[in-house]
Design a protein around this ligand. Structure first.
Ligand SMILES: [Ca+2]
Ligand SMILES: [Ca+2]
Length: 398
């Protein structure tokens, strides 16, 4: 007879949600003696625990389709209004996926592209008028006279090729890591850019230094007149911001990696100082804006991509969705009406109900399904999956 073990995973989770039903063993002839039954049950219990640890069960929330495999650190997923996906890979590929994948640009398309460590081709944004002008924007790492920099460039997609590079913001601080580089257009039509402090933590507090900041520019690179410091800086005191998204009401949310503790989710306000390196997390401090939410006081999970749920496929309208590298987690976070933390939920976790490993980006498609990008190539902790890296699509479990 089949033996079913209901494994409750409370002890793995801070906010336990996952319950996994694991069918395990059958006896050969369907009959057992009491002693054999006990012995057999113990073996089955061990086998099922190993199965749970090694194969990891998929979530009870999602049906998952793997859309692409064999990628190398897909970094930023973005959709046009018709639902066609554009995405970067950090090694310097920019591709489009509708019915099939088409590579629009490779490393040579980017001026002196610098691929090393956690640097390379990263942020991607489509122009608000993309359907008319075919302009898209990338943030990438480069060498300029042997200096490590980051830059933002505009390109045009013409005949399935990325062309006409125009550098709109150059010589941003760069390093092997802490490069930031997420892009988002605001409802004001300006382009917002997250910049890491390039391992110059003190300079994150200096409004004349463009690292450790959220920047705001016009799409031709000029500085808007109402920026708070007379340059590109919109907010300061950031460490390595890897997620940036606007809500429908114009609120700007950001994620950033903490040092040893306290990754942050921040609500970004013009001219505000978010504390790095003086303070981290959500401890009250009159001098600095505290995080909307931080994870965790006893260790980081390396939060990266961030989006806001829009659609009807899941009942999560207006929730923040974000993913983490180190913990391989996918979260949703519900806000109060005045934009404070209300609750959160871990939807996927690499140690519990996900075989995706590290997660780099999350993007909600126009149809309300949710896309995730993995980031296991060069994973320092675990060997990559044979199919890494991947882009998957999540729909509600049928
Ligand atoms: Ca994205
Ligand atoms: Ca902070």
């Amino acid at each position: 007879m089949p033996i079913f073990l209901l494994i409750r995973l409370h002890h793995f989770l801070r906010k336990p949600k996952a319950v996994t039903l694991i069918p395990v063993c059958y006896t050969k002839n369907g009959q057992t003696t009491p002693m054999r039954f006990l012995y057999f049950s113990l073996i089955c219990l061990l086998a099922s625990l190993l199965t749970a640890a090694n194969e990891q069960q998929t979530s009870h929330l999602f049906d998952m389709d793997t859309l692409l495999t064999g990628l190398e650190v897909p970094w930023d997923l973005e959709f046009d209004s018709s639902g066609t996906l554009y995405f970067t890979e950090r090694i310097g590929r920019l591709s489009r996926l509708d019915n099939q994948k088409k590579v629009l640009a490779s490393a040579e398309s980017f001026t002196n592209l610098r691929v090393e460590g956690e640097a390379g081709l990263m942020g991607l944004a489509l122009d608000p008028q993309f359907s008319e002008n075919n302009w898209l924007y990338t943030c990438y790492s480069a060498f300029a006279d042997d200096q490590r920099i980051n830059r933002v460039s505009r390109f045009k997609v013409t005949d399935d090729v990325l062309q006409d590079e125009r550098i709109i913001l150059d010589n941003l601080p760069g390093s092997g890591a802490h490069n930031g580089c997420r892009l988002a257009f605001g409802p004001d039509g300006y382009l917002y850019i997250s910049m890491g402090e390039a391992f110059n933590p003190k300079l994150a507090q200096d409004p004349t230094y463009l690292g450790g900041k959220i920047l705001r520019i016009a799409s031709d690179g000029t500085v808007p007149e109402d920026n708070p410091f007379g340059n590109e800086v919109w907010s300061l005191g950031h460490r390595n911001p890897q997620g940036l998204v606007f809500a429908d009401d114009g609120s700007l949310f950001e994620t950033e990696h903490g040092p040893e503790a306290n990754d942050e989710i921040n609500l970004i306000t013009r001219g505000e100082n978010y504390g790095w390196p003086e303070v981290t997390g959500d401890a009250p401090n009159a001098e600095f804006s505290q995080a909307l939410k931080s994870y965790y006081p006893d260790g980081t999970i390396a939060i990266a991509g961030l989006d806001i749920y829009r659609g009807t496929m899941f009942p999560w309208q207006g929730n923040l969705l974000f993913v983490s590298l180190k913990a391989g987690r996918f979260y949703r976070l519900e806000l109060t009406s005045d934009k404070n933390f209300k609750s959160d939920e871990i939807l996927l976790d690499r140690n519990i109900n996900s075989n995706l490993g590290r997660l780099r980006d999350v993007e909600v498609a126009p149809d309300g399904s949710i896309y995730l990008a993995t980031s296991n190539i060069n994973d320092r902790n675990n060997a990559p999956h044979p199919d890494d890296d991947r882009i998957v699509r999540l729909k509600p479990k049928q």
